[in-house]
Design a protein around this ligand. Structure first.
Ligand code: FES
Length: 225
């Protein structure tokens, strides 16, 4: 007999096996994820949930696919809501101070409450990376926000209406295109792909069975360190 815990999903009580993730526990309880579920591996940010543990007034935030259920967890999943995405072409902008003012002016209304950082299921220093974006320190903002999965929990809590993941995305794009040194071998490889150098090899793989591909993968040449 498996050990069970009691959880509440949208206010309804369920008994579910210990050790399940919130996502799997909801499915065990009969929920079918149509939205609020994507990669199931902590990368896509689709599965944000809020929860409280009975008797504790702290509101907690988590990715349902990455967080195990606990006894007396009251869980609600967050429906999708749009964040404000600025329109720009990365080729037409530059990593200046003005560009954030122009595209995401609301970041300068940050009141420093730190609710964004407290809401981040990835434990990122969200308020800090927004401050770096304010100062046009895009390299630091890109580094600090690197693990953002854009679940939107920070924006959900922000009294200033900041779209933190999109601000961070802009900083990472500016950083990648204009600040980081150019990767020559990546450019060479991208040009070779564009020229069609790999079409024959890809077609040969596409014509193989799953077993043949598995065999090839298991005996692939591995780059030496
Ligand atoms: S389903 Fe993608 S992060 Fe949870």
């Amino acid at each position: 007999m498996k050990e069970m815990v009691n959880i509440y999903v949208m206010g309804k009580l369920y008994s579910v096996p210990v050790g399940l993730t919130i996502m799997n526990a909801m499915e065990f309880a009969g929920y079918k994820h149509i939205r609020g579920c994507g990669c199931r591996a902590g990368f896509c940010g689709a599965c944000a949930v809020v929860y409280r543990i009975k008797g504790d007034n702290e509101l907690r935030f988590a990715l349902a696919c990455q967080t195990a259920v606990e006894e007396n967890m009251y869980i609600a999943s967050i429906p999708f809501f749009p964040t404000q995405k600025a329109q720009y072409d990365i080729k037409d902008i530059k990593p200046t101070e003005q560009i954030m003012m122009q595209l995401y002016p609301e970041i300068y209304s940050c009141i420093g409450c730190n609710a964004c950082t407290k809401a981040c299921p990835q434990n990122l220093k969200v308020m800090q990376y927004v401050a770096q974006a304010q100062r046009a320190d895009y390299a630091a903002c890109a580094e600090e926000s690197f693990d953002c999965v854009a679940c939107g929990m920070c924006s959900n809590r922000c009294p200033a209406g900041i779209s933190h993941p999109l601000v961070a995305l802009l900083a990472r794009r500016l950083n990648g295109k204009y600040i980081m040194p150019k990767s020559a071998h990546l450019e060479d490889r991208a040009n070779a792909i564009a020229k069609g150098d790999f079409i024959d090899a890809l077609e040969a793989i596409a014509g193989k069975s799953i077993d043949q591909i598995t065999e090839l993968y298991n005996h692939r040449e591995i780059e030496k360190k």
